[in-house]
Design a protein around this ligand. Structure first.
Ligand code: BES
Ligand code: ZN
Length: 457
């Protein structure tokens, strides 16, 4: 049966690429309200694609962007699988850094270039196409399928948790599937069994009530940018460890087995540095680069601004300074607890003479899944068939907060099956997705439904 489906997919590759191109043309940027109309158009597009594939489909309204829900539940006795993905994308700025415009998909060197190509439109679409192929080629699916495709992932999924809690009965399933991560490398498919969590915050220091002449007043009051830099400078010690009290209290210790498994993965430190254009790596002492990226927490300033940034000099003591901060968290760190610890750190260390405002943005819990489940085994077989190579097991450093929510609300693990590469420039200019990976991912998805039906009930 799977053979017919795979044949159908092979014969309809051009239509698949045409579909992806259509979706990539819609600038579904969730961070910028100017794009709202396009975001809604994107939701409708995904809704229509699932409906024409033969699923029962509904556009669910939320206080923010709509969630596309679809289901096909005609496989009694077979497992129920919930596929999650997102149709929203990161902003395309800086647009001038793109070789071809972000929302004019272009194929070069076997890759499709556009914002969202890999994160997550291309990867998400593999599952839609696989379901459509089963229904076209066989008239049925081997499992019951539910789709939840949201439009606010890139801005912290603020309405998703309420939706999942409210619809928990409708969303009941045996396992979730998400393709929003990466392979380990070209020709090295992977199953990701752990992700970092996240907390996001913003700190503003206000000094004098207006920008001052730095000659007349400088040296007599705190310059809020100087003060902010001092505070930020204190966040790490010389060993690259975060100094916020209690920060490491709940960090799960890496096991020797896991360390050995990561060490056995091919990793070329020199190539990594070259790829990123740096002459040295940096991080917490005592950990390798992979361990730092996948299993250790971070505290990063994402943006810092204040004062004068225009051409030429301007001699002022600025009135305010702001930093945007994210911390990546690992099991069992709790975003709320650590947001409070971070705020406390800033309040304790903030000097007199500047006022501190701290606001918390979104948060998400870290996750690790059971690597010995029958679902993992089914995914391994499906990937091996489609990619011609068994996947390696990895953790990754990015965050998909819904994975922890699926565990908490629906009580299920998530299979993180990334078809992209970490060099696909997600969140950067010239984002792209290899069409071979796109097609292999679609085949793997088609095989997965059969494998889950065979061996994972
Ligand atoms: N697809 C990424 C997450 C990702 C990327 C996981 C690479 C593993 C490897 C996702 O779209 C994303 O960027 N998520 C945000 C979450 C945040 C806004 C809550 C992230 O990780 O910054
Ligand atoms: Zn994503």
């Amino acid at each position: 049966m799977t053979t017919n489906v795979l044949r159908y997919l092979d014969e309809s590759r051009d239509q698949a690429v045409a579909k992806l191109t259509e979706l990539l043309r819609i600038p579904t940027i969730s961070a910028d309200s100017k794009f709202k109309e396009h975001v809604l158009r994107g939701a409708k597009w995904v809704h229509d694609a699932l409906a024409s594939a033969g699923l029962k489909t509904e556009l669910m309204q939320t206080p923010g962007n709509p969630i596309v829900y679809a289901e096909w539940l005609n496989a009694p006795g077979a497992p129920t699988v919930l596929v999650y993905g997102h149709y929203d994308v990161q902003p395309s700025v800086p647009d001038e850094k793109w070789t071809t415009p972000a929302f004019e998909p272009t194929i070069r060197d076997g890759c499709i270039y556009a914002r969202g190509a890999t994160d997550d439109k291309g990867q998400m679409l593999t599952h839609v196409l696989a379901a459509a192929a089963w229904l076209k080629a066989e008239g049925k699916l081997p499992v019951n399928l539910k789709f939840v495709i949201e439009g606010e992932e890139e801005v912290g999924s603020r309405n998703l948790d309420d939706f999942l809690v409210a619809q928990r009965e409708q969303l009941k399933c045996d396992v979730c599937v998400v393709s929003d991560t990466s392979q380990y490398g070209p020709g090295m498919p992977a199953i990701t069994y752990g992700l970092r969590g996240i907390l996001a915050a913003e700190v503003t220091l206000t000094g004098p009530n207006r920008d001052l002449h730095s000659g007349v007043f400088g040296g007599s009051v705190w310059n809020p940018i100087n003060a902010l830099c001092r505070l930020i400078g204190k966040l790490h010690d010389d060993q690259g460890r975060i100094t916020v009290p209690g920060f490491y209290d709940d960090v799960m210790k890496l096991t020797d087995v896991e360390r050995a498994e990561f060490a056995a993965l091919p990793f070329d430190e020199a190539a990594y540095k070259q790829k990123l254009g740096v002459d040295a790596t940096w991080g917490e002492a005592g950990f390798t680069t992979l361990e730092r990226r996948w299993t250790r927490p971070t505290c990063d300033i994402n943006g810092i601004y204040g004062g004068y940034g225009g051409e030429g000099p301007k001699t002022i003591v600025p009135s305010t300074a702001t930093a945007k901060i994210t911390c990546r968290l690992v099991p069992d760190q709790d975003p709320e607890k650590l947001t409070a610890a971070l705020e406390q750190f800033f309040r304790t260390n903030c000097p007199a003479g500047v006022k501190l405002d701290f606001s918390a943005h979104h948060g998400g819990h870290p996750t690790v899944a059971d690597i010995n489940s029958p679902f993992m085994a089914a995914a391994r077989r499906a990937i091996e068939t489609a990619f011609g190579k068994a996947p390696v097991l990895i953790r990754e450093g990015g965050s998909i907060p819904v994975v922890a929510t699926f565990k908490r609300v629906l009580g299920v693990d998530t299979l993180l099956l990334g078809w992209g590469q970490d060099t696909d420039n997600l969140h950067s200019p010239d984002e792209h997705f290899s069409l071979e990976d796109f097609h292999r991912g679609t085949r793997a998805s088609a095989c997965l439904w059969a494998e889950l039906a065979n061996g994972a009930k």
